[in-house]
Design a protein around this ligand. Structure first.
Ligand SMILES: C[S@@+](CC[C@H](N)C(=O)[O-])C[C@H]1O[C@@H](n2cnc3c(N)ncnc32)[C@H](O)[C@@H]1O
Length: 257
């Protein structure tokens, strides 16, 4: 018997933001291979599975992409129902595509279950629509991890024409901000840094592009993921968050976020 691999997006952290399909597949899984950004609360959704951590922690290298491919293939060939659980959407900066290609090459049956990407969810939860009529009709998502990769993309953008969303960009926020300013973006362009979105520790820094580089972030959140947003849409955050209402019943159950 050959098992099956489901490459699943876990969303930004809050288990309530998993898809119904993800929850159903977790319930039936034999093995879950998960990454650093997958919330521990999700374990209760896969009570019969073995959970195995294959991510990176605090910058230390993980077990390696090739090793993950081998684990997936081997477990499926042993007939297991394997869930490969990744933060956000598995195909947005998550190397899910590489895993799908490896499974295809090995002839292992698999499926891809999209997830709610932090690129959209982190801004949304802070009251920032990535597009908004009259303010922005497109958004660009880049990784702030490698300057060689993001520089040509950001330089190709006409200033103020799109919303810029940066994942993995907290450490390089000063470089990112000076690049955009040098490209012609105005200093007062609204900017935001959204940390630990959808978790109880979520915080939002809202400011302007010229303050982004020097923005101080809470020590306690040093290891939590953060998403940067630059563009006029950030100015909607105050209005939308202030007016957003969360039903009393959900606040009482601690699920207001
Ligand atoms: C390796 S990328 C993976 C992105 C993921 N596949 C997705 O679609 O959300 C990880 C980055 O996503 C962003 N991120 C993930 N979860 C987040 C959260 N809860 N709040 C803010 N940003 C988050 C951060 O920029 C983090 O460095």
């Amino acid at each position: 018997v050959t098992g099956f691999v489901s490459i699943i997006g876990a969303g930004p952290g809050d288990p309530d933001l998993l898809t119904l399909k993800a929850a159903r597949l977790l319930r039936d899984a034999d093995l879950v291979l998960y990454d650093a950004l997958v919330s521990p609360e999700m374990r209760r959704l896969a009570p019969r599975a073995r959970w195995f951590f294959v991510g990176k922690r605090a910058g230390r290298p993980g077990i390696g992409q090739e090793a993950i491919h081998r684990l997936l293939v081997r477990a499926a060939r042993r007939g297991q129902r394997v869930v490969r659980l990744k933060g956000g959407d598995p195909f947005v900066f998550g190397r899910g595509g590489e895993e799908a290609v490896a499974l295809a090459a090995a002839g292992v049956p698999f499926e891809v279950v999209p997830g709610v990407s932090a690129a959209i969810a982190a801004p949304a939860l802070a009251g920032i629509p990535v597009t908004h009529r009259g303010l922005s009709s497109a958004f660009v998502v880049v990784s702030g991890h490698a300057e060689d990769a993001y520089r040509p993309i950001l330089e190709s953008l006409e200033p103020h024409t799109v919303t810029v969303v940066v994942l993995m960009g907290i450490a390089s926020r000063a470089t990112l901000a000076s690049l955009l300013l040098a490209r012609g973006w105005a200093s007062p362009t609204p900017a935001a840094i959204l940390r630990a979105a959808s978790s109880p520790e979520a915080t939002a820094w809202i400011g302007t592009l010229d303050g982004l580089g020097a923005a101080t972030l809470p020590e306690a959140l040093a290891d939590s993921p953060g998403t940067i947003v630059v563009g006029k849409v950030v100015s909607l955050a105050t209005t939308i968050v202030a007016a957003r209402t969360i039903p009393e019943s959900r606040l009482a159950a601690g699920r207001g976020r």
